[in-house]
Structures are given as structure tokens and as C-alpha cells.
Design a protein around this ligand. Structure first.
Ligand code: MLT
Length: 407
């Protein structure tokens, strides 16, 4: 008899953004005349940069002739893209990352969900709360947690990120083996300083833990003292893996391209304490289960790292950051307490009532879609997240329609 992975039974029925999408579709069916403004899932609305489009077209044309056609590519990604990434994202900041430490993929979501396969099932896992649900759900699927009890999974270590600690978690009493950190944070929009991150790196080195650092939103950082990469922190290469994405940076949510950095010195351990290279393990995993990102997409991604591409993506992130500023100012005027929206495209808003109740009211009364904070964890209860990824016009209209506080 074919049996199911019972761990799936511990999960909530739907993935957070699937649940929102279902509720919105139902609402739209019942209210076909109501025009909605979607500030829920962080999905970009502006077209791909011009230089990407040109490179994309050119690569598609190459695929049309036998002489320039490309079949399977390297599992780690094409050299031309990995070199461009190293030069632009790391060398330019004085960081020594080599091309062979870069693994190109089709998304930071996939990488951050898949990476846990490299580790033993009995490790202790720590996640920020609130947190991007992928880290939690994939560890649940793998069987690293107990049941869902009072808004949390048994066996996970939750790192509370609340108003009290300015949404930056303290070091836990119980020592985790695997720690997921995301900065600028999804969902709270908090950016971490070097000093704050140094504490976590020192802690990981002391305890032989590993940090999965999700830097998907680094292109929205504007404060000079905020690090863009975990590798700006001393000692990080031994204990951290970084994930980056072109989704929000360059409008690739539908095009799909991201990368993961696993430094040579980054290891996990055998039971006898001997170190094992995570880079080698990840290559083994990727070459078995993944055949790479398509050639035209990698050429389009390469164009992001050209001088012209860099100018164009800066215009994109500036645009969304200006939206974030409009939302932040608008919500504060309406009486809300908010965080984020500065080095981040997300605004974390104290709703004053249950997150899903707020979601429903905002949807039905104002025709605005947000993300309920409780979907990101227990500490997100009573909050909502507003995304700045929409047109300027829609953001301004949304602020005109928004319900004031107290709701
Ligand atoms: C979000 O809205 O949190 C993200 O867009 C979801 C994702 O990147 O998968």
C-alpha cells in the first residue's frame, strides 16, 4: 500500500499565499464589480529592464539556429553569469567570493526550501517569528517538527521578533544547529546592522551551527551602514550560506533566476565531528535533482549585472521604495504604528485587531489585499503586511481608500 508522508498532515491546509489567493478569488467571484488593489504577495508589476529584454531576445534567437543552440547547461549555472555576479555583487564591495561558490537556480524560495535536505533529521532548527513560511513548512515536511500546537510547531526554536526587541531576535537559550535569518526582513521590513549580525555569526561559530541567510531584499537597502551580504561580517564564510534573488531586484518573479552562495570553508559535521563541505553536498543535490535555469534566462540575468542593467534595476527599486514611502506616510497619518518601508519594500502594520479580521475588512470595505501577519507566525498576530510592489497610481489610490485606525 502506498502511504503518504504523514508530516504533511501537520501542515495548515494551504500555503499562506495560496490561501490569500483563494480568498481573493472567492471575493472576486461574489463581487465582480469591485476593483481590487493587490498589496498582498510581493509580486512585482513593472516590466523587465530593457537590457534584460535585449539579452533575452538575443539568446532566444541563438536557440533558433543549430550552430548557436544550447542544450543542458552546467548544474551550477553558466560561467558568464557566475562571473558577473561575483564581480558586481561581491568584488565591488571588497568581498572575496569566487565563481565556484555561486550556484544559480530558479528561485530563492526553492533554494531556501531545498537546502534543509543536506542536514540530519534530528537537528534543532531556529526560525525568526514572524517569518517567511517556506523555512518552517519545508522543515515540517521533512519531519523535523512535532504537531502544530497553539500557533507553533513543537520542536522548532522560535526567535521572537517583536516591537519589544525592535523586530530583531535575541540569541536563544537553547542552541540551534540550523538558523534561518532574513534581512531586510520578510515580513517586518527590518534591516540588520553589522553589529547585530556579528553577534549571530560569533554565536554560530561558537556552537558549530549554520546560518541560512536570506538576502532576497538586499537591493532595497539604502542606508550605507547596513550590510548587503552576510559575508561582510567577519567569520561568516565558515558558518553561513547566503541566498539572493533577482525576483524583486530585477523584476524576475515570473522569469525565475536566483543564486545561492556556499563558501568553500562552510561545513556541516559527521557524528564524529569531522567536517563535510556543504558546497560539495549542494552540487551533488543540484546535479541529481535540478537541470539548471534556461540559457535565455541566464543571459537576461547576466544583463542585470552590466553597467546599464545596474542603472536600470536601481530605477526599479527606487520606484518601489518611493511607493513604500507613500504607504508609510499615509498609514502613519491614519494613526497606524508601522515599521519597515525604508530599506525594504514591506511595511509591517499594527492592525489593532486579529490579522485575518483586518484582512477581511480591508478587502470588503476598501478593496485592498494585504497579507495577514499571523500567517507569518504567532508574533505576527495583530499585524498585517503591506507590499509596495504595485503601480504608483494604485498605491496612491489605496492610501485614499485605506480604513483608518482604530478600524
Ligand atoms: C512574499 O510576498 O513574501 C514573497 O513574494 C513570496 C515569495 O517570494 O515567495
Amino acid at each position: 500500500m502506498i502511504r503518504v508522508n504523514e508530516n504533511y498532515k501537520k501542515l495548515k491546509a494551504s500555503y499562506l499565499f495560496a490561501e490569500i489567493s483563494n480568498r481573493v478569488s472567492e471575493f472576486q467571484q461574489n463581487n465582480p464589480d469591485k476593483e481590487l488593489i493587490k498589496l498582498g504577495i510581493g509580486d512585482v508589476t513593472k516590466a523587465l529592464p530593457d537590457s534584460c529584454i535585449k539579452a533575452f531576445h538575443k539568446a532566444v534567437d541563438e536557440m533558433a539556429a543549430d550552430s548557436s543552440f544550447m542544450g543542458y547547461g552546467p548544474y551550477e549555472g553558466y560561467g558568464f553569469l557566475r562571473e558577473a555576479i561575483v564581480r558586481t555583487d561581491f568584488e565591488s564591495r571588497g568581498l572575496e567570493i569566487s565563481e565556484n561558490e555561486i550556484f544559480v537556480s530558479d528561485g530563492a524560495k526553492c533554494d531556501s526550501g531545498n537546502i534543509q535536505e543536506l542536514f540530519s533529521n534530528d537537528i534543532e532548527v531556529a526560525v525568526q517569528d514572524p517569518v517567511y513560511p517556506v523555512y518552517v513548512d519545508t522543515n515540517v515536511m521533512a519531519g523535523r517538527t512535532g504537531r502544530w500546537e497553539n500557533g507553533r510547531y513543537e520542536g522548532l526554536i522560535y526567535l521572537d521578533s517583536t516591537e519589544k526587541n525592535n523586530f530583531f531576535p535575541e540569541l536563544p537559550d537553547k542552541k540551534p544547529d540550523l538558523i534561518y535569518l532574513c534581512f531586510p526582513n520578510n515580513p517586518t521590513g527590518t534591516a540588520a546592522t553589522k553589529e547585530q549580525l556579528q553577534k549571530w555569526i560569533d554565536y554560530a561559530r561558537e556552537n558549530r551551527s549554520l546560518i541560512i541567510y536570506d538576502a532576497a531584499y538586499e537591493s532595497f537597502i539604502r542606508d550605507r551602514e547596513i550590510p548587503h551580504s552576510i559575508f561582510e561580517i567577519e567569520g561568516a564564510k565558515e558558518v553561513a550560506i547566503e541566498m539572493r534573488s533577482l525576483s524583486k531586484t530585477a523584476g524576475f518573479t515570473g522569469t525565475r533566476c536566483a543564486y545561492t552562495v556556499i563558501p568553500d570553508e562552510c561545513t556541516a559535521y559527521n557524528p564524529d565531528g569531522t567536517p563535510v563541505s556543504l558546497k560539495k553536498m549542494w552540487l551533488r543535490r543540484q546535479s541529481t535533482k535540478f537541470n539548471g535555469v534556461s540559457y535565455p534566462v541566464q543571459r537576461a540575468a547576466e544583463a542585470v549585472y552590466s553597467p546599464q542593467g545596474q542603472k536600470e534595476i536601481r530605477i526599479l527599486s527606487d520606484y518601489y521604495l518611493k511607493n513604500a514611502g507613500i504607504i508609510l506616510t499615509g498609514l502613519k497619518k491614519l494613526g497606524y504604528t508601522c515599521t519597515g518601508g525604508k530599506n525594504s519594500p514591506y511595511i509591517w502594520v499594527k492592525a489593532g485587531i486579529d490579522s485575518w479580521d483586518f484582512f477581511d475588512r480591508l478587502l470588503t470595505e476598501s478593496g485592498i489585499v494585504c497579507t495577514p501577519g499571523s500567517g507569518f507566525g504567532k508574533c505576527g498576530a495583530g499585524y498585517i503586511r503591506i507590499s509596495a510592489f504595485n503601480s504608483r497610481e494604485n498605491v496612491i489610490r489605496a492610501m485614499d481608500r485605506f480604513i483608518s485606525y482604530p478600524v
